[in-house]
Design a protein around this ligand. Structure first.
Ligand SMILES: C[S@@+](CC[C@H](N)C(=O)[O-])C[C@H]1O[C@@H](n2cnc3c(N)ncnc32)[C@H](O)[C@@H]1O
Length: 208
């Protein structure tokens, strides 16, 4: 990848074509606390990456040595087909979101970024080393989230962390089902909640 000015210029062009809503960036800033417990220099995973905006904060704050990035991107079709303003009313191309991710993480040459275009958790078989932490932000469905958490449990080293988005204890929230999956996973007794709530984030540490 070329130098930072060239990368920034390409991102400026794609963001002009496909604007990132101001509320999305505001919300992202409220989510950053969840990255603070991560020790720098580890091996991490972001599952559900979209345009790589949070990945950029992960590189800045968590400073991983290696960062795996899972998203279905083009495997889901040419466009996302959901998300209203978030996906520019269906116009944002999945290839552009992937390209933006490549650009954003390449601004951090000290991070060895590995982009894996695939369906989580099946694509996890492409990772052959233990992870120190993972950030989960994919389907927000019950069965799928529970399955991903079960896979992550096998992939994370002792003392490792699982973090994620959409902590929604309110049963009326559209994301409540993802919350239930995390809640039920913790209820099995092998992970404890370090902190959950602010910015709808949650952070778990292996307890057994
Ligand atoms: C909410 S967005 C992720 C946002 C990103 N973490 C951020 O904070 O900017 C969810 C992403 O998950 C991806 N996704 C949904 N189901 C997936 C699956 N089973 N495997 C991998 N990616 C998936 C979607 O393509 C989408 O880009």
């Amino acid at each position: 990848m070329s130098d930072a000015a060239t990368i920034t210029e390409e991102l400026r062009r794609t963001e002009a074509l496909y604007p990132i809503p101001a509320w999305d960036e505001e919300r992202r800033k409220k989510r950053l606390w969840v990255l603070r417990p991560i020790k720098p220099g580890g091996v991490g995973l972001e599952a559900g990456v979209f345009r790589g905006c949070f990945s950029q904060y992960i590189c800045e704050i968590a400073q991983p040595r290696k960062l795996y990035l899972f998203d279905t991107w083009r495997l889901s079709g040419e466009t996302f087909g959901w998300g209203r303003e978030y996906t520019c009313f269906g116009k944002l191309e999945t290839a552009v979101a992937r390209r933006e991710t490549e650009l954003r993480v390449s601004l951090f040459p000290d991070v060895d970024s590995v982009i894996i275009e695939g369906f989580s958790p099946a694509c996890a078989d492409q990772i052959e080393e233990a992870l120190d932490w993972a950030y989960l932000d994919t389907t927000h469905q019950y069965r799928e989230t529970l399955l991903e958490l079960e896979h992550l449990e096998q992939m994370i080293a002792p003392g490792g962390l699982i973090l994620g988005d959409d902590w929604a204890p309110d049963p009326n929230s559209p994301h409540h089902i993802a919350y239930r999956a995390v809640h039920d996973f913790v209820g099995r007794g092998h992970w404890e909640t370090i902190k959950a709530g602010p910015g709808h984030q949650w952070a778990l540490r292996r307890s057994a």
